[in-house]
Design a protein around this ligand. Structure first.
Ligand code: 9MR
Length: 365
């Protein structure tokens, strides 16, 4: 905006600042775009993300909301053709005790997806968070730990074989400084646990597409370089890795150039690229009393557009899809995790499309 202001004359500046003023005074309820919006060349047929985008569009789902909230469920059925479990397939959720597996929520999600023709992406087989106490407190030899890793991965893959087509095998194994994160897995098993996790997954379901998933590509060249080196090394060692997940928990102040390089550098590995957990924070600095305005909504739309545009320009066969992390602003992890008001997703609390939704559509024009 500042760059644009510099280019225009005083009168236009005045008009622009007056209209910006009225925009920012607008009430926050006026945030949705017309839900019946019609896409050019599609007659009167209503657009949806799954119909109009040229690659799969997904959302991470909260199983409780899916079960209890018809608006949530119907929005998912209508808009998306790919789903990820936000939490229901994590270690603590499916494997709460050494010899106990609990598939109920994950199966509910998978059954919902299959009944409604959605692809299911699995998240996640190996992470240092969301581990049950029995793992954190586990006492055993290196071989016992190896067996724990292998048994968990192969039991989960075996259970969902033929239903879950792809997995985040290892999640967030790289630290901010570019070294391997000092997790319980690194401590117990050494650096090659990552490659072995992929091998165990491949053995259990040779047709599943296997991803390494992490965050930070857009804000840290150090971290991005380390992640890309990790996946390239795995590939060159013959480890069965098919894709890279860019979580992309980003913010409206992130530069367009950084967002685009996160995507193009990942695509340069030749692997499939999944934007796996997309959300764009509007209140990253935790400003107390912040509110959603039309102007902020438009800035957010512009960032969604930049991401989609960059993604749409990588080779088709590498576009695994874009998944947003949950469905509406009220369901997002961000407000509760950071204890702040925020509006990171393309749908508002009333299940209406925000300007961000139009930003996504504009990204493929
Ligand atoms: O959104 C998820 C939140 O509900 C969980 O409490 C949290 C811990 O399991 O995980 C959140 O999802 C994370 C994802 O699994 C991995 N990347 C970062 C996501 C946001 O923290």
């Amino acid at each position: 905006m500042i760059a644009r202001l510099k280019k225009i004359g005083f009168t236009s500046k005045l008009i622009l600042s007056m209209s910006l003023l009225s925009i920012s005074c607008a009430k926050s309820e006026n945030t949705s775009i017309d839900p019946g919006l019609v896409w050019p060349n599609h007659g009167t047929e209503e657009i949806t993300l799954q119909k109009n985008m040229p690659f799969p569009m997904g959302a991470a789902l909260n199983v409780n909301l899916l079960k209890s909230n018809a608006n949530y469920r119907n929005l998912v059925i209508k808009e998306f053709n790919s789903v990820t479990a936000e939490n229901a397939m994590k270690f603590a959720a499916v494997h709460p005790a050494k010899d106990t597996y609990n598939w109920s929520d994950a199966d509910y999600l998978v059954d919902f997806a299959i009944a409604n023709g959605k692809r299911v992406h699995g998240h996640t087989l190996n992470w240092y968070q969301s581990l049950p106490d029995w793992v954190n407190n586990f006492q055993g030899s290196t071989a016992d730990w190896e067996n724990l890793l292998k048994t968990h991965i192969q039991t989960v893959l075996g259970h969902f074989k033929g239903k879950v087509v792809s997995w985040d095998v290892v999640n967030e194994a790289i630290d901010e400084n570019g070294t391997l994160r000092n997790t319980i897995w690194l401590q117990k098993l050494g650096p090659d646990y990552i490659g072995r996790a992929f091998q165990y997954a491949h053995e259990a379901d040779p047709s599943a597409l296997l991803f390494y998933n992490d965050y930070g590509h857009e804000y840290s060249v150090t971290k991005r370089t380390a992640i890309l080196k990790l996946v390239s090394d795995l590939k060159s060692k013959g480890i069965p890795i098919d894709g890279i997940g860019l979580q992309m928990h980003t913010r409206v102040t992130q530069s367009d150039a950084n967002l685009a390089s996160a995507i193009t550098t990942a695509a340069a590995t030749g692997l499939k690229v999944h934007i796996s957990e997309l959300d764009i924070s509007l209140n990253p600095d935790n400003v107390p009393g912040a509110s959603y305005t039309v102007a902020l909504g438009e800035q957010q739309a512009a960032k969604y557009k930049v991401i989609v545009k960059a993604y749409n320009s990588i080779p088709k066969n590498q576009q695994y899809g874009i998944t947003q992390w949950n469905v509406t602003d009220t369901d997002s992890w961000i407000p509760s995790f950071y204890k702040r008001a925020d509006w990171p997703l393309p749908f508002d609390a009333q299940y209406q499309r925000k300007a961000a939704y139009q930003g996504i559509l504009d990204g493929i024009k």
